[in-house]
Design a protein around this ligand. Structure first.
Ligand code: AKG
Ligand code: FE2
Length: 338
């Protein structure tokens, strides 16, 4: 293992005994608790509507991204993360960025629990698609990754647009507003690596990525075979794993979709568990996020009028002052409070 590729905060222990911690037998899951599967080629509006109302998350099959592109992207992402830490710091500067071990805070601003290290056990890279062509690298690996991300970004824009248009039609939104409500040019891609073996039994509260809702309209996730993504669902206690379905992408609805739908659709609460030592590799995920157009005013019966920029500024203020995102709650109309 190229341990010099990990940020010093996230250096995994030497994994000598991967078999001491065997994979538990999969628990037989109640079929009503299975994450829905949506087929993009033959989009069934009733199934899409139910998945968006009940879950806010679904697996997407027949999405039209060639399996070879997905495999190449996962492999290239893993290779880029395996570059030395310093190389990553130097390669991913503005307009892109490289980050690791971002803080996990509670409302009081203190770490999650005593056993927790107070950080998300991940490293990530952020790629705004509009500016990505200007990422100039002498490293052929980084240049290939950029080119593949640009190609993948076009697929993501296409998929987000068809899903959004289908949802907007079901919700009877005005087609004249579609392009303001979802603007492909605002999209960005984040690649993450979650090192395995960092959280032990006594470190259970240490998250790969702490629970949150996405602020976007939609997020589309590609993950490798190392699971860890979990979601919450109304009426169900605890967390439901989103185990990878071969060849599928995962679609999450975000806060902007919930607002545009007048709360009919769910911005799904989700988190990522830090991969245990028994996993064969680190978890890699590649996530695309898409937002409304700049300055587009979201109008709904539940929230006062706001733009995504105002929403994001409020999220940043809340994180700074109270240590967490309040999100849509800040924009609820008084008479829509229950
Ligand atoms: O890595 C993942 O699977 C999820 C990442 C995520 O939820 C996010 O970046 O908002
Ligand atoms: Fe997320």
């Amino acid at each position: 293992m190229a341990s010099e590729s990990y940020p010093p905060l996230l250096r995994p222990p030497v994994l000598n005994h991967p078999h001491l911690d065997p994979k538990p037998n999969p628990t037989s899951q109640d079929s009503s608790l299975r994450i829905p599967v949506i087929d993009l080629e033959v989009l069934d509006p009733a199934a899409l509507d139910e998945a968006c109302r009940e879950w806010g998350v679904f697996h997407l099959v027949n999405h039209g991204v060639p399996p070879s592109t997905l495999a190449q992207l996962r492999d290239l992402a893993a290779a880029v993360f395996s570059l030395p830490f310093e190389t990553k710091r130097e390669s991913f500067t503005s307009p892109t960025s490289y980050f690791w071990g971002t803080p996990v805070l509670t409302p009081s601003g203190s770490p999650l629990s005593r056993s927790s290290r107070g950080i998300n056990l991940l490293e990530g890279m952020n790629f705004p698609l509009r500016q990505l062509p200007s990422l100039d690298s002498r490293l052929p690996l980084v240049a290939s990754f950029r080119d593949l991300l640009l190609e993948y970004g076009l697929h993501m824009g296409r998929i987000a647009t068809s899903l959004f248009q289908a949802m907007a039609k079901i919700l009877d939104l005005d087609p004249e507003h579609y392009s303001g409500q979802l603007s492909e040019s605002t999209g960005f891609i984040r690649a993450y690596r979650y090192p395995r073996g960092l959280a032990s039994g006594s470190d259970e509260d240490t998250p790969g990525l702490v629970a949150h809702t996405d602020s976007s309209v939609l997020a589309i996730l590609l993950q490798n075979q190392v699971n860890g993504l979990e979601v919450q669902k109304d009426g169900v206690d605890g967390w439901i794993p989103v185990d990878p379905v071969p060849g599928a992408l995962v679609v999450n609805l975000g806060d902007m979709m919930q607002a545009l739908s007048d709360d009919l659709y769910k911005s799904v609460n989700h988190r990522v568990r830090s991969p245990p030592p028994r996993e064969e590799s680190d978890r890699i995920s590649i996530c695309y996020f898409v937002f409304p157009g700049e300055g587009y005013v979201i109008r709904s019966s539940k929230y006062r009028e706001f733009t995504y920029e105002e929403f994001q500024a409020q999220v940043q203020r809340d994180v700074k002052t109270i240590g967490e995102k309040v999100g849509l709650g800040r924009f609820k109309k008084q008479d829509a409070m229950s």
